[in-house]
Structures are given as C-alpha cells and as structure tokens.
Design a protein around this ligand. Structure first.
Ligand code: HAM
Length: 429
C-alpha cells in the first residue's frame, strides 16, 4: 500500500478556516506600517549559505544546527532563509538603497525556515513580518519601532498580554571588554557550569547568559554585569530610548540577560514576550545592528529592526479571544437560481451587482439543485441574505430577497433597485 502523502513535520498548511484571521492580521500590520511611512520589500526565500553564516554568526544555534542547506544543480550551497535581516541587508547593498546616507524604512513578510524541534508556537516553516531601518543612529528610531508595535498590540486588543523586555549590548568594543571579564569569571567557575555553557564559553560566551540550566544560572548571579561595562555612547543611547518610552507611556522591563540568539546586534535589543503561550512566549524581537552592513561589505551604516512571529501572534489572538467576529463571514449574499433561464439571467445580474456595489461579497450558486439544496448551500456559506431567482421572478424582473439570519420577511426587489438596496443593507452593515 502506498504511504499517504503528508506535509513535512513542523511545516503547516494554513487552511481556509484560518486564512481570514491571517489576512486580518497581515492587513492590520500593513495598514499600520503605511501610516508610519514604511515601504515593503520582497526578497527571495533562498540565498547563498554564506550570507547567513556571515551575518547571523557561525557560532549561533541557527547557523550551527537549524538551517535548511542544500547544494543546487550548479554545486552552489544555498539555504532557505532562517530570518529576513540578512537578505534585507544584502538587497539594500546590492541595489545601493543605503548609499549616500539615504534613510530606508523597510518591511517584509513571508516564510522563514529553521530546523528546530516543533512544538506549540515553534515550527520549521514559520512566518515573520519584519522591519529594518537604515542610516538612522539615534534612539528616536529605536523608540519609533517600539511605539508602533505598541500601537499594533492596541489595535489587535492584546496590549495587556505582552511585556516589553529591553537591554543594551553596548558597542562592539564595550562588549569585547565585557566578554573578556565574563570569560575570566566563568573559567574560574568552570566545574559549576553545564556542558553546553562550557562549549559556549569557548565559542560565543555571551550566549551563556541565555542558559536555562539552573546551576549555571545560579553561578551567573555573581557574574560581571554587562550594564557595568557599557560605554558612554551606548549608555546615552539607552537612556534616550528609555526617556522616549517613558514619555510615550510604554511600560518596559530591563532584562540584563537579554542577549538574543543572533550575533549581529549592538546597543539596543528588545523582545515582546507573553506568558499566555507557554514556552514559546516571544512574539516579536529585534534590536540595533550598527556593524552589520559594514561587516557584509558595505559602508558603515547604522541599522535597527525587529521581526514578529505571525503564528505566535495568531495563537495569542485566539487564546485571548480577540478574533473580530466580522472576519468569520466571507459571503454577504448568496444567489440561488432555478432553471436554465434564471441561471443565465442570474449570471449577468451578479456581474452587474459586482460592478455597482464595490466590496460586495456575492456567491452565485453553482451546480444547480433543488430549492432545498440551494438554500442549504446558501446557509452554509454564512451569507446574510439569499437572492432568489426563478421563472416568476424572471418574468417580473425582480429577485426574492430573503434574510438568512435573524428577523425579516422575504420581499421582492426590482432588479433596478437591487444595487442600492445591497449597498445600504449589506456592505455598510
Ligand atoms: P528572531 O528572534 O530569531 O529574530 O525571530 C523573531 C521572531 O520570529 C521571534 O520572536 C518569534 O516570534 C518568531 N520565530 C522565530 N523562530 C520561530 C519558530 N521556529 N516558529 C515560530 N516562530 C518563530 C530574527 O529573526 C531577527 N531577524 C529579527 C530582527 C530584525 N532583528 C533586527 N531586525
């Protein structure tokens, strides 16, 4: 017996019942970003593997063990993008978008791929909406990114369920000095820290701060603090950001252990987290990456951005029951036609209504059928009203207008008056 075909583990179909919520979410974000003057960019899903190694960092979980990397027919090593920042920087450089100090405020949306262990809120193909800003180095733009996410949480009705965690990683020089102090401290406590942290100590010591291991965490209590090593420039930047968030009334928590899993960050890093989704509680995360463009072969160009995980935010909307009722109805009116002549007339009538009533969601019955079966389909479509066209109606140039939900009697409406009637009672309602 042949094996049933299945999607790859951790890669999900988004079914028709779910797409209205996705479209609502994506549309809300796109509208919000239009309002802040951000422009959309679309990058390929596959890039040369080297791009991710050079930007995300060789010694990160993503590059070490999570990338979908393969050789193409030319023998080039390619990788399904695990995130969007690297490709966005590549595109900006390739097309000279940041040249001459041009400010770019960009956003992108689409699938990302990481070979992680799938669980609720963590998938191997997942979707992000990301923002990247180039050539602005002040805390004002860091604040704008946070302010606009705050507005988004308000629009979506999830503001009370998310917390902003903030940290500053300092300039790369400051981080270098801190790294030395941390390595010295942890080396002196080597026998008390877990194996993975011992390995990270050699390769990427700051990631030890991220450990979930309780004994290592206990050791870290007395470790040197990154905040004590911050250079003046980073401190002023961080204070500037905090002052703006205070002014905007956005609450935040300073998390000195927040280091992020990608190597390109400097100065500001932040995460929006929720306790409503279990272990995968980070719904949006990012920070500043002032050295990345130069590291990738461009001129020194400050950059800052973040990405939100769409699946996690959709889960949060569902968990908090913040799914707007209006999105569940996808059909306003269902047209039933009985007999060949009525069907023909129905086709032209429907097209005319589509011309005359913008936004009308009109489904025309296909596959003929009895009264009973067409009404059943009309009802199942979720439509508010059915339009009925039979031989009698045809002769009188009217349609039967039948409410399918709630109160109201069926009435006949002249074809000439139908568009006006639908515009008031369906589209605006
Ligand atoms: P990231 O923290 O790796 O950052 O991912 C950002 C968000 O994507 C996470 O907070 C989470 O919501 C979602 N996410 C990540 N992995 C998964 C997964 N396996 N399943 C479901 N959702 C996931 C970045 O990707 C950076 N590029 C963000 C950035 C942009 N920094 C500066 N600019």
């Amino acid at each position: 017996m042949s094996k049933t075909l299945q999607a790859i583990r951790g890669m999900n179909d988004i079914l028709p019942e779910q797409t209205p919520l996705w479209r609502y979410f994506e549309g809300t974000v796109a509208g919000l970003l239009d309002g802040y003057g951000y422009r959309q960019i679309r990058m390929p899903i596959v890039e040369f593997t080297d791009l991710f190694k050079r930007s995300i960092g060789e010694v990160t979980d993503i590059v070490e063990k999570e990338m979908y990397t393969f050789e193409d027919r030319n023998g080039d090593s390619l990788t399904l993008r695990p995130e969007g920042t690297a490709a966005c920087v590549r595109a900006v450089l390739e097309h000279g978008l940041s040249g001459g100090g041009q400010v770019q405020k960009l956003w992108y949306m689409g699938p990302m791929f990481r070979h992680e262990r799938p669980q609720k809120g963590r998938y191997r193909q997942f979707h992000q909406i990301g923002l990247e800003v180039f050539n602005l180095d002040g805390p004002d733009i860091d604040a704008e990114l946070i302010v606009l996410t705050w507005r988004l949480w308000k629009l979506l009705g999830i503001r009370d369920a998310v917390t902003l965690e903030l940290n500053s990683l300092g300039t790369s020089e400051a981080r270098g000095r801190y790294r030395e102090a941390l390595v010295e401290f942890l080396t002196a406590h080597l026998d008390q820290i877990d194996e993975d942290s011992q390995r990270r100590l050699k390769t990427n010591p700051l990631r030890v701060l991220d450990t979930k291991h309780p004994e290592t965490q206990a050791v870290l209590v007395n470790a040197p603090k990154l905040a004590d090593y911050l250079d003046d420039e980073s401190r002023v930047h961080f204070d500037g950001l905090k002052a703006r968030l205070d002014a905007a009334g956005i609450p935040y928590v300073i998390n000195p252990k927040l280091v992020r899993g990608l190597d390109y960050y400097s100065k500001t890093v932040f995460e929006w987290v929720t306790d409503k989704l279990g272990a995968q509680g980070t719904v949006c995360a990012g920070g500043r990456y002032d050295g990345l463009v130069e590291q990738m072969g461009g001129k020194p160009t400050p950059g800052v951005g973040f990405a939100m995980g769409i699946e996690r935010l959709i889960l949060l909307l569902e968990t908090l029951e913040q799914v707007p009722e209006s999105i569940s109805r996808q059909v306003d009116v269902y047209l039933c036609a009985f007999g060949e002549q009525a069907e023909l007339a129905g086709l032209t009538l429907a097209e005319r209504l589509r011309d005359e009533v913008p936004g009308l969601r009109l489904m025309v019955n296909a596959g003929a059928g009895s009264f009973k079966s067409q009404f059943k389909k009309a009802d199942k479509s979720g439509a508010l009203h059915a339009l009925i066209l039979g031989d009698d109606e045809l002769a009188q140039q009217v349609v039967g207008f039948k409410p399918l939900r709630g109160q109201g009697e069926q009435q006949n409406i002249a074809w000439s008056a139908l568009a006006g009637h639908l515009a008031t009672c369906v589209v605006q309602g």
